[in-house]
Design a protein around this ligand. Structure first.
Ligand SMILES: [Zn+2]
Length: 280
């Protein structure tokens, strides 16, 4: 009698696993633990993983019919008595798509353009873009496969945007393929937002915050600058040159100032007080 009850429970477990229900959920429903389920299956020579593989088989066998009859995700889920999420992740795992027609339609074109617009302005990859657009987590892998296909069929290279448009202090990363450096590092093209200078910066230094601007801007704070003609003293060249509206000449002024301690631009003479002191 007890034996009879026992095998019935195993049958329930097998049926649930076959349609793709996670063992954790089955355990919850039956008031058991996952390891009890595993033990019960082992007693009849089965494993959770072994039984689960049948969902793959069911889907493979049924998909031609579903496609032919334009089944929706909802209809398939109903047929197998599982949630839509179980079906969509099983399909994604097998790189199958339920409804070719629906996914290759205008909707996919629109989604692909949204993804590209995101990547070209904010950087990152397809999954990040899909997530930002608001695609649900369980749909991400499936959508990402079809969008990736669509992008590569258009011959568009998105790889060089992966690290682009990120802020690390005053650094803004630029599009471009990173150059490999050392064992696990790479050089990323960056622009310093304080002065506009471009530089290749080690990715680890960006992530750690060790590098937050170009080397010239890093030391700017220690270079009080005087304008000879007015006698005014500023905390750095940037402030001095801005006060007379000549910021566009900042890079040139800095170049000469760091070398000679003095430079003339637009009728003003900028004096680097620190360099002057060192010279004296
Ligand atoms: Zn800079």
């Amino acid at each position: 009698m007890e034996k009879e009850e026992y095998s019935k429970e195993v049958r329930v477990i097998i049926a649930a696993l076959k349609i793709g229900k996670p063992a954790r959920v089955i355990a919850e429903e039956l008031g058991l633990t996952v390891s009890t389920i595993s033990t019960k299956l082992k007693s009849v020579g089965l494993t959770i993983k072994g039984v689960k593989r049948n969902l793959t088989q069911v889907i493979r066998n049924r998909i031609p019919f579903w496609l032919e009859n334009a089944y929706t995700l909802e209809q398939v889920a109903e047929e197998l008595d599982v949630t839509k999420e179980v079906i969509s992740s099983a399909l994604a795992r097998q790189k199958l798509r339920l409804i070719g027609a629906r996914d290759t339609s205008d909707a996919l074109d629109v989604l692909t353009e949204q993804v590209l617009a995101h990547i070209f302005t904010k950087g990152g990859g397809i999954t990040t873009a899909l997530r930002a657009i608001g695609i649900a987590e369980d749909m991400l892998s499936g959508k990402s496969i079809s969008v990736r296909e669509r992008i590569s069929s258009r011959g568009i290279d998105i790889e060089k945007f992966y690290y682009a448009f990120r802020r690390y202090g005053a650094w803004l990363t630029q599009p471009g393929l990173p150059e490999k450096r050392f064992v696990n590092d790479k050089l990323i093209s960056c622009v310093c937002l304080k002065c506009g200078a471009g530089e290749q910066v080690l990715y680890t230094n960006l992530l750690s915050g060790n590098s937050q601007s170009c080397s010239a801007c890093r030391t700017t704070a220690h270079h009080p600058t005087k304008i000879e003609e007015t006698g005014e003293l500023f905390k750095n060249l940037s402030a001095a040159i801005k006060s007379v509206g000549l910021s566009q000449h900042y890079q040139k002024a800095r170049y000469h100032l760091r070398r000679k301690g003095i430079c003339e631009i637009g009728g003003y003479t900028f004096v680097d007080m620190e360099t002057q002191l060192e010279v004296a």
